[in-house]
Design a protein around this ligand. Sequence first.
Ligand code: GTP
Length: 235
Amino acid sequence: MQYKRILLKLSGEALMGDKHYGIDPNRLKQYAKEIKEVTNKGIELAIVIGGGNIFRGVAGASNGMDRVQGDHMGMLATCINGLALQSALEDEGVYTRLQTAIEIKEMAEPYIKRKAIRHLEKGRVVIFGAGTGNPYFTTDTAAVLRAIEINADAILKGTRVDGIYTADPEKDKKAIKFDTITFKDVLKKGLKVMDMTAFTLSEENKLPIIVFDMNTNGNLLKLVSGEQIGTIVNH
Ligand code: GTP
């Protein structure tokens, strides 16, 4: 196995599946099964999940809502997704712990780095909810931050495109995919991988980012087994 400990970033939107809002139980089940396969290989896995399928702070702000208020709603959305994912994983027999950056301690453990690492060492999947616990930070930034804190070997960003392209592949048919690219080249070419806060944090801490298509069955397992899947951003 190429990786011992990874942080998987899942988008909230992806959980919608074919729906326009909320959580698609089939998609959730598919993710749980894929995650189980990876943990079965003995890989330590932590997860940060977005909340865009329920609420996006930025969208709220553009509709006149206070940004901080909107971001707080978004953080709660990530907790809802975290609880759903925890439940789906436990249905598959995977041991999990949910830790949140904002205390909701009747529902989940508070985020404690040392406890998170201990859980991982014991083979539990740790889901981090409520982003970084601060407004103005994305869940991508939360994912990079947690990945660094727990000493993950890489951050795996599951998306609906299968990597980083020279242009948006959904708009430009001639776009070409990179297998690997450096942090510097991503910036030079003006490509979008994550927001700048998340990207810079990753670069400064030499945390490789792998962008891959999480919606193709088996991709996650192939990736952690060392197959060339998606695009890796590295130094
Ligand atoms: P170890 O004993 O170190 O292996 O970890 P553990 O997570 O099994 O022990 P702990 O006694 O901390 O937790 C037992 C259960 O209670 C687990 O399901 C935890 O997720 C849960 N738990 C622990 N702390 C909290 C908390 O503050 N709030 C909530 N809601 N659950 C908690």
